[in-house]
Design a protein around this ligand. Structure first.
Ligand SMILES: [Zn+2]
Ligand SMILES: [Zn+2]
Length: 248
């Protein structure tokens, strides 16, 4: 419980820092409640000493470990963090367990030796919710890059953690085993775009962007390429024409 006034929006209590980890510069996010200093890591892929230092630096207690998918650079430090802090691992979807079972094997390929296999305390399903100090985050199952990939989002704070589904100006790779290009496109247009154009997102790698920006300019999933919003855009056009006829 906190003594925050009832009318303070819950998202105002949240603080977020992005900490790039592993040689793959994966964007691990640290989210915390300003009052209680209770925190969640999204995708702690590695560099556990750096992550522990960040907790200490901000005076935080880790309560949750949230994973978007089972790749090494996103999930590699989850087990060690859980052992050190007692925080449970939540996510991804169970369809990524085969990857979580092969983190050590993936690490050998990239020369990253501190990754550990893990089994989540809770698998996530499409439509599930996650909680951090009374702030609720939605979960969308977004297969394509991996079969069990999930996206974690909060409407009030207008922020989504999308892992390797979508990047500023690009989309996730689908040339890995069990990747599926069309499924990835369908996840983006069917699960992410409905969250709204103003939704900002932290991708697994590289700079932040908004869904609206990507719908305009992303060479893989801009509306003019996917045809998304075609009917709605047309209707708006017709309405604008009718109005201009009426008033001119
Ligand atoms: Zn990945
Ligand atoms: Zn990645």
């Amino acid at each position: 419980m906190t003594d925050t006034p009832q009318d303070a929006p819950p998202e105002a209590q949240l603080e977020i820092r992005i900490i790039p980890v592993t040689p793959l510069q994966q964007n691990c996010s640290l989210i915390w409640d300003r009052e209680t200093k209770h925190a969640a890591f999204v995708d702690p892929g590695g560099d556990i000493d750096q992550l522990m230092k960040a907790l200490e630096h901000f005076g935080l207690t880790l309560k949750h470990i949230w994973l978007t998918h089972g790749h090494l650079d996103h999930a590699g430090a989850a087990q060690a963090l859980k052992e050190r802090t007692g925080a449970p691992i939540e996510g991804p979807h169970r369809d990524d367990q085969w990857l979580l079972d092969a983190i050590e094997e993936q690490g050998a390929k990239y020369g990253i030796t501190d990754g550990r296999n893990c089994t989540p305390d809770r698998y996530l399903e499409d439509g599930d919710t996650l909680e951090l100090e009374g702030v609720t985050f939605g979960v969308a199952h977004c297969p394509g890059h991996t079969p069990g990939h999930v996206v974690i989002h909060n409407a009030a704070a207008q922020i989504a953690f999308v892992g390797d589904v979508l990047f500023a100006g690009s989309i996730g790779r689908t040339d890995f085993p069990r990747g599926n290009h069309q499924q990835l496109i369908d996840s983006i247009t069917g699960k992410l775009w409905p969250l709204g154009e103003d939704m900002r997102f932290v991708p697994g790698h590289g700079p932040m962007s908004t869904f609206g920006q990507e719908r305009k300019s992303n060479p893989f999933v801009a509306d003019r390429i996917t045809g998304f919003g075609g009917a709605a855009a047309e209707a708006a056009d017709q309405l604008a024409q009718r109005l201009s006829k009426r008033w001119s």
